[in-house]
Design a protein around this ligand. Structure first.
Ligand SMILES: [Zn+2]
Length: 425
C-alpha cells in the first residue's frame, strides 16, 4: 500500500525519458564564419553534440520539426546521424554484468580476471563498480579499490589503484579520470579495458607492463560524474553536466570540467548561464564532484607526485595538452609533451588507422576555462596533464552515440598509445 502511495505521489513529477527519434545530427563546417552560422541557427530547435565547443565547426542534432528550416539554410554539413533515435537503439540494451566471483563466493582467494564479454555492451553504473571490484579481486596483492568521495546524489566516485612490486604509494602517480561528461559513453569501457590490460599484462609477465606498474602507481577512475552518467540512462542520453540545481535557475547541472578552481573565470572559456552546456558554476570549485577530484588529486600529488594525468573524453580523436585557458601561455615542458603526444598518436594510428590530432588545448580547439588539465598541471604539479578525446573523429559518423562494437577497438588503440608513452617518458 505504502509503495503505491509513494508511486502515486511521485508519478506526476517523473519526466518522461527524452526521445531523439527523428532527430538528424550534423557536423557543420564553419571555417571563418562561426558567429554568422550561430546566428542562422537561432530559430532552429537543436541539441549541441560537442564535447568541447570550437570554432572549427558545430555538431548538432536537429529536431524533426526544425529539419526543413535547417535544410533551407544551405549550410555545408556532414551527417552524423540520419536518425539519432535509431542510432541510440543500435547502442543496444545494457546487458547486465554477472560477476563470476560474486556468484562463486570465492572469498579471499585470488579470482579469475573478469570476462572480456563485459566489453560487448554498454553498462549501468553499478556494473562499472562491480567490474572494478572483480578486477581488484583478480589482482589482490597489487591493487585496491578506493572511493575518493561521493557525488551530489550520494554515488561513490570510485577507482582502482594499481601498483607494482614495491607496494602502494611509493612511486609517482598516473591518474586517469573518465566520464566527467556524462554522455561520452565510450570513455568508461575504454578506460576499464586499459586497466584490465595493465592487470592482465602484469600477471602474464609482459616486460613493458611490468616496468610501467613497477615504476608508477595508477589511480584509474572510469566514472567521475556518476549522477550525470546515471541520468543518461534514465532520463536523457545526451546529458553532459552533473545534476546540481541552483536557486537562481530552473536549469539543472554544472559542467564539472569548467569548474576546476584555476583560471576559472577567463571570459569566453565557459558559460555563466546555468542553462548552457558549459555552465561553470556560481564559484570556482563549487560542485561536489570537483571537490572530490581536487582533494584526491592534491593528496596523491603531495604524497607521490604526479607523472601523468589524463581526463578521458569523447569524441573528435584529439590529444590535448595544457593550456586551455590561454593560447599564448605555454607550459615549460611543451616541446617534450608534444614529442610524447606525437608518439602516442602514431601508436594509436598503427592499430586501426585512426588519426588523433595533438597539441595545446587552446590552439588545437578553442579557449576553455576551469578545465581539468590546466589545474592538474599548474596546481597539482603534474609533469604531463592531458585530455584525450576518443573515437569517432570530428566529422565522422556517430558522435557520442556509437555501437558497443567500438569498445574493444577503442580500448586497443588507446592502450597501444599508452604503452608507447610508458616506454618513452
Ligand atoms: Zn567531454
Amino acid at each position: 500500500m505504502k509503495v503505491f502511495a509513494l508511486l502515486g505521489l511521485a508519478l506526476p513529477f517523473v519526466a518522461a525519458k527524452v526521445s531523439y527519434d527523428g532527430y538528424k545530427a550534423f557536423h557543420i563546417d564553419t571555417p571563418e564564419d562561426f558567429d554568422h552560422v550561430e546566428a542562422k541557427l537561432q530559430d532552429i530547435n537543436y541539441v549541441s553534440m560537442a564535447c568541447e565547443s570550437n570554432h572549427k565547426g558545430f555538431d548538432i542534432a536537429v529536431s524533426p520539426e526544425s529539419l526543413a528550416a535547417f535544410e533551407k539554410l544551405g549550410l555545408k554539413v556532414d551527417v552524423l546521424h540520419e536518425d539519432l533515435g535509431a542510432d541510440i537503439a543500435l547502442e543496444g540494451t545494457l546487458s547486465p554484468y554477472v560477476s563470476a566471483r560474486k556468484e562463486a563466493d570465492v572469498g579471499l582467494a585470488a579470482a579469475a580476471l573478469p570476462d572480456l564479454s563485459y566489453f560487448n555492451s554498454y553498462h549501468q553504473f553499478q556494473d562499472h563498480l562491480d567490474f572494478l571490484d572483480d578486477l581488484q579481486a583478480a589482482f589482490p596483492s597489487n591493487s585496491e579499490i578506493f572511493t575518493a568521495g561521493n557525488s551530489l546524489e550520494g554515488r561513490p566516485i570510485q577507482g582502482i589503484h594499481l601498483y607494482g612490486a614495491s607496494g602502494p604509494g611509493t612511486k609517482p602517480a598516473i591518474i586517469w579520470h573518465g566520464t566527467v561528461h556524462a554522455r561520452e559513453w565510450i570513455v568508461a569501457p575504454t578506460v576499464e579495458y586499459m586497466a584490465y590490460k595493465l592487470v592482465e599484462g602484469y600477471q602474464r609477465g609482459d616486460a613493458k607492463v611490468k616496468a610501467a606498474l613497477n615504476s608508477y602507481d595508477f589511480y584509474i577512475m572510469p566514472v567521475v560524474n556518476p549522477d550525470g552518467f546515471t541520468y543518461t540512462q534514465s532520463g536523457d542520453r545526451l546529458w553532459r553536466k552533473n545534476r546540481q540545481r541552483r536557486s537562481s535557475s530552473s536549469c539543472v547541472g554544472t559542467d564539472v570540467n569548467r569548474n576546476w578552481p584555476y583560471q576559472w573565470n577567463i571570459p569566453g572559456g565557459s558559460s555563466t548561464n546555468p542553462c548552457a552546456e558549459t555552465y561553470r558554476g556560481a564559484s570556482a570549485g563549487d560542485t561536489p564532484e570537483n571537490q572530490v577530484l581536487t582533494n584526491h588529486t592534491l593528496s596523491v600529488g603531495e604524497a607521490q607526485g604526479i607523472k601523468f594525468y589524463v581526463d578521458w573524453h569523447a569524441f573528435s580523436q584529439l590529444i590535448l595538452l595544457p593550456y586551455g585557458y590561454s593560447c599564448s601561455a605555454k607550459v615549460d615542458n611543451l616541446s617534450k609533451q608534444m614529442a610524447l603526444a606525437k608518439g602516442v598518436s602514431q601508436a594509436i594510428k598503427a592499430v586501426n588507422g585512426l588519426d588523433f590530432v595533438y597539441g595545446p588545448t587552446c590552439e588545437t580547439i578553442y579557449q576553455t576555462a576551469g578545465g581539468s588539465n590546466d589545474w592538474v598541471a599548474d596546481i597539482a604539479g603534474a609533469e604531463l596533464a592531458w585530455a584525450v578525446e576518443l573515437r569517432p573523429g570530428p566529422g565522422g559518423s556517430g558522435g557520442f552515440v556509437i555501437p558497443p562494437s567500438n569498445i574493444i577497438p577503442s580500448g586497443k588503440e588507446n592502450w597501444a598509445g599508452m604503452l608507447r608513452l610508458f616506454e618513452t617518458f
